[in-house]
Ligand binder design. Structure first.
Ligand SMILES: [Zn+2]
Length: 220
């Protein structure tokens, strides 16, 4: 059985280069249910104003592919920035799979955001490293953008893979070239960020790489 990947357009925002960037989430349809990778933008009003966000509700985006929030049985957050976990609260019926190191990073680095998304009864399922969540659906640790960043690998029956890389690279150019002049915010730790790109290139070899903030799909 091949897992099916559907991309959601959840928002547009003003990127660090001053241009308009998309914000994507991805639905992975598997036998018995569906997982959502990243939930789009949310947070304190001031934050949304600063980034000039044009938002779409996750419910509206899901309706565009004939689904509703109730169809989502699990959420995976690549990391806990406001444009990746912003609508987690829509899915409070589902567990949120996140690296334990990422949750503690968010708590210390962005306490306001942490307080905002740590609503009552949030069901974080804390991961400690690479984990297979379901047959064919895994996360691999890809620190660098943040210390607890993870990427999602979807493996088809024929062995080909799709990698949903979150913010491990903002754009195909950054992914391919790892240029010296990175966009603001791309790598909190350049050394581990480059090692993570190597991991992703190997996981995505022969498959496809999907970006949160760019519409092109790169063939690995
Ligand atoms: Zn980010």
């Amino acid at each position: 059985m091949t897992l099916e990947i559907k991309r959601l357009h959840l928002a547009s925002l003003r990127g660090p280069d001053g241009l308009e960037w998309p914000v994507h989430g991805f639905v992975v349809i598997h036998p018995g249910g569906a997982a959502l990778v990243d939930t789009g933008v949310g947070g304190p009003d001031q934050l949304l104003t600063d980034w000039r966000v044009v938002n779409t509700t996750a419910a509206d985006a899901l309706a565009g592919i004939g689904m509703s929030p109730a169809d989502i049985g699990m959420v995976v957050n690549t990391h806990l920035h406001f444009d990746h976990c912003g609508q987690n609260a829509v899915f409070r019926h589902a567990p949120y799979f996140v690296q334990a190191t990422e949750l503690s990073r968010a708590k210390t680095e962005s306490p306001e955001l942490y307080d905002w998304f740590d609503f009552m009864n949030a069901r974080f399922e804390l991961l400690d490293g690479d984990t297979e969540l379901l047959p064919g659906l895994s996360v691999i640790t890809t620190p660098g953008h943040t210390s607890g960043h993870q990427s999602v690998v979807v493996t088809a029956a024929d062995g080909s893979s799709d990698v949903l890389i979150g913010d491990a690279a903002y754009t195909p150019r950054v992914y391919r070239e790892a240029p010296a002049d990175l966009p603001d915010g791309q790598a909190a730790d350049r050394g581990s960020w480059e090692q993570s790109l190597t991991r992703i290139r190997s996981a995505g070899s022969g498959g496809r790489v999907h970006f949160c903030h760019h519409t092109d799909v790169v063939h690995g």
